[in-house]
Design a protein around this ligand. Structure first.
Ligand SMILES: [Zn+2]
Ligand SMILES: [Zn+2]
Length: 420
């Protein structure tokens, strides 16, 4: 028998309701914050990601699903949402609309990664992107959005880490200082980092290897290298964040794994679990330009929905999943004429078209088995039809919650159900 590819999974009834709830919450929070949905293609030209994400990142070097289509073009399943949204923003001339343009997306992303809890090769993200403003109020808004989405779902004990990675100017000074420091300790670095040091020294800050982590404790921090503009922006962000009541801390080593960030970067993770972040984002002042557009700043966040579900589970948070209770139509007794069955079908359709969830037996169950099935699917009422009832123009209505049943005129059935 065929199995789903490694790193992918099926979402079945019983679990999908949680996804619906998360997605509904995402749409609500987005609406409240003034973000509108955008849906971009699942695959893009590979070049977009090479340019947009940066070809020294792990994502581009090791994790992309890239292939040639039948026309010989190189395409890539989107490993993240931002590059595609930036392309769509430019291609559809949204930069000509009043700014900021604020968009959200929900959907699957693809990375060839080692699968583990909360990390899939096909995973799902909620993300927002806002274009056309450098105001630190917007940075604050994006962090607040993320925090509010989580708290609305019921997550507690969140750690919000914030940093500024400066602009290309201040970062190049910092990169030099970091490289100088690291060069003195080259032998203690992992092989990967020795390589990173020459291409993009800041990437070393991302390294998870113990040796490199140790070394980083003594390394110069970026804050001393921030230019006046970046320092001012970071100060303002902090003072606005204080207004919001979002509990945040500054982590000078936080750089995020993508090259395009400038100034604000942030991550949100469950406190003290070592589980990794649920969300990460930041400002990108040059990405739109890098993707072939004018110089327009942007900022965004991406939230890993598998990880959010996992965190909810670990915190023992049950989502308030509600399911409408329906009506089951049971038939009693034999009827060779088929009249009973036709009446049941008629009632079934009538109920559904009056917006009641309704079911009837389709596999020839006995009355007893039909009642069992009704309770299995959580029906609130069972309408029992028999030939005698049809003759009399009545139905038997069984209240499954109370375990009581009454007989009533067929014509009164809907009146009675209305109070449901
Ligand atoms: Zn700067
Ligand atoms: Zn390393």
């Amino acid at each position: 028998m065929n199995k789903a590819p490694r790193g992918t999974r099926d979402l079945l009834p019983g679990e999908i309701e949680k996804w619906h709830y998360m997605e509904k919450t995402a749409r609500e929070v987005s609406e409240i914050y003034g973000y509108q949905e955008i849906r971009t293609p699942i695959f893009e030209h590979t070049e977009l990601f090479l340019r947009g994400i940066g070809d020294t990142t792990d994502v581009v070097q090791k994790e992309m699903y890239t292939f040639k289509d039948r026309g010989g073009r190189s395409v890539t399943l989107r490993p993240e949402g931002t590059a595609g949204v930036v392309r769509a923003y430019l291609e559809n001339h949204l930069n000509n609309q009043p700014q900021p343009v604020k968009l959200y997306y929900l959907g699957p992303m693809f990375r060839y990664d080692r699968p583990q809890a909360g990390r899939m090769r096909q995973f799902h993200q909620l993300g927002i992107e806002a274009f056309g403003s450098s105001d630190p109020v917007l940075d604050t808004e994006v962090i607040c959005y993320t925090y509010d989405f989580f708290t609305k779902l019921g997550l507690k004990d969140l750690q919000v880490e914030v940093n500024s990675v400066g602009c290309p100017e201040c970062r190049s000074f910092y990169g030099k200082a970091l490289k100088e420091f690291m060069d003195q300790h080259r032998d203690s670095l992992c092989e990967n980092c020795r390589d990173r040091l020459d291409r993009n020294p800041l990437r070393v800050l991302d390294c998870k290897e113990q040796g490199c982590q140790e070394l980083l404790k003594g390394a110069p921090g970026i804050h001393a290298y921030l230019c006046a503009g970046c320092r001012e922006h970071f100060q303002q962000l902090q003072s606005y964040l204080q207004l919001t009541g979002v509990p945040f801390e500054i982590n000078e080593q936080l750089v995020r794994g993508l090259d395009y960030y400038t100034q604000t970067v942030f991550e949100v993770s469950p406190k003290g679990t070592g589980e990794g972040s649920l969300a990460g984002g930041g400002r990108y002042s040059n990405l739109v330009e890098t993707c072939g557009g004018p110089s327009i700043p942007g900022i965004g966040v991406a939230i890993g929905l598998e990880r959010v579900l996992l965190a909810l589970e670990h915190q023992g948070v049950g989502l308030p999943l509600e399911r409408r209770e329906g009506i089951f139509i049971a038939t009693a007794g034999d009827d060779d004429s088929g009249q009973l069955d036709r009446e049941a079908v008629r009632l079934l359709l009538e109920l559904r078209r009056s917006d009641y969830p309704a079911e009837k037996d389709l596999v020839g169950r006995s009355l007893k088995a039909q009642m069992k099935q009704a309770s299995r699917i959580g029906a609130r009422y069972v309408v029992i039809l028999g030939l005698d009832e049809i003759k009399e123009g009545t139905v038997t209505l069984r209240d499954m919650a109370k375990g009581e049943q009454i007989s009533l005129l067929r014509g009164k059935l809907f009146e009675y159900l209305k109070v449901m």
